[in-house]
Design a binder for this molecule. Sequence first.
Ligand code: HEM
Ligand code: HEM
Length: 194
Amino acid sequence: MNYKNTKEDYGRIARWFHWGTALLFLFAYMAVYYRHWFTDKQTPENLVALHLHLSFGVTVGVVVILRIIWRNMNIQPTLEPGPTWQHWLVHVVHYGLYAVMIVMPLSGYIGTGVSTNFFYLFEIPKFADTWLFDVLVWDMMGLTFEEFEKPVDFFHKEIMGAWLVWLLIAGHAAAALYHHFRLRDRTLLKMIHH
Ligand code: HEM
Ligand code: HEM
């Protein structure tokens, strides 16, 4: 199988990026919901679940940079025939998903008041400890971390995490399954080994 995309199929690398990222999202969600639903505050499990959420999330943020570079070095497989509005919607959703892969790690990172213990391998300093925070937030906006954190958290958790991200991913996955099982075209096959 090709490493690069062809007009017919996504290549090996694009598939790894795609399904690897889907797994990272799944694990990031599992960690944060496990923390909410099954642990008590300040217990060791609670902290481990938090740092796993942060670690998976930061990984998404690193992977998406490589993924965008790779995408720009490739052609995109041709979409299955369909009405113009559908092709337009496909592009909106795919760009929306890229936006999510960038905005979620970013808003998560800048709105978190603890340093990330990256899979317990090394520590990533929290945003409030960086010079960027001093320059942008403290000097230019005149805000303390607590003031700055509130709206950023609200965006990360309530607007995006709990709603928009779910909606986009669920709509995207449902469309893929609909194409595969109902329309029986090659949409899903382009992204899996066959
Ligand atoms: C793919 C990336 C990410 C996704 C999809 C994501 C999603 C979420 C979701 C769904 C929640 C819980 C919302 C709720 O309470 O209903 C959450 C909470 C949180 N996220 Fe993220 N996140 C991501 C990346 C990050 C990153 C990179 C960081 C920090 C480095 C981070 C820090 C946090 C923190 C501190 C919370 C609050 C924890 C809690 O309430 O238990 N997130 N995130
Ligand atoms: C079970 C979950 C998923 C399924 C079944 C699925 C399926 C697919 C399929 C079949 C395509 C190819 C569409 C085409 O070119 O006609 C695709 C593309 C794409 N998917 Fe997913 N997907 C899933 C989860 C995700 C997640 C979680 C993300 C990101 C957060 C994502 C982001 C993308 C992007 C950006 C593309 C465009 C191609 C690219 O640039 O890599 N997908 N997906």
